[in-house]
Design a protein around this ligand. Structure first.
Ligand code: ADP
Length: 167
């Protein structure tokens, strides 16, 4: 069954120059990348993305982490992967959330670490199920950013919108 999910290369992954390695590992899945962009993560976006973690003691560090404040890299690479059984395939390659427990051959097992404050720095985010994938893809991307039709859309008229264009 075709599925889609959000994959983020987190600021530690970018700082460690792992983009190429991660994309190469994920290409083993033969899934398609149907959207990709670099994102400067606002606090609002970070809090919304991790809203299911808001009661965790490390929540504030998690927000700072995804915003790049812990790595002096204020960006993440956001992608949508699409194809047969995509969520299981990507999560298997990514490995367990805790990088110390992740199989050493997985991406997190190879490149993740636990900080001295106890935060899991695990180089990438991958949606955990179809519902979360839909929520996250709709949070990070607009319909026109994605080259296939994943979810129903509607056309609305937007008035008085300000837009930045090339001069
Ligand atoms: P995943 O990213 O594998 O879907 P979660 O959504 O549960 O995992 O957690 C979000 C992020 O919060 C993790 O990727 C990791 O960076 C961090 N995290 C999760 N659990 C812990 C924990 N027990 N201690 C420290 N950091 C954690």
């Amino acid at each position: 069954m075709n599925q889609q999910l959000l994959v983020l290369i987190k600021p530690d992954g970018l700082k460690k120059s792992l983009t190429g390695n991660i994309l190469t590992r994920l290409s083993e899945t033969k899934l398609e990348i149907v959207a990709a962009k670099m994102v400067r993560v606002s606090r609002e976006l970070a809090v919304e993305h991790y809203k299911h973690m808001k009661d965790k003691p490390f929540f504030e560090d998690l927000v700072k982490y995804i915003q790049g404040e812990l790595h002096d890299r204020r960006k993440v690479m956001a992608m949508v992967y699409w194809g047969n059984d995509a969520i299981t395939k990507v999560r298997q390659l990514a490995g367990a959330t805790n990088p110390e427990e992740a199989d050493p051959t997985t991406i997190r097992g190879s490149y993740g670490r636990i900080t001295t404050k106890g935060l899991y720095e695990n180089v990438l985010h991958t949606s955990s199920n179809e519902l979360e994938a839909e929520r996250e893809i709709k949070l990070w991307f607009q319909p026109e950013d994605i080259i296939v039709d994943l979810y129903p859309t509607e056309v609305i008229e937007v008035k008085m919108e300000k837009k930045c264009v090339w001069t």
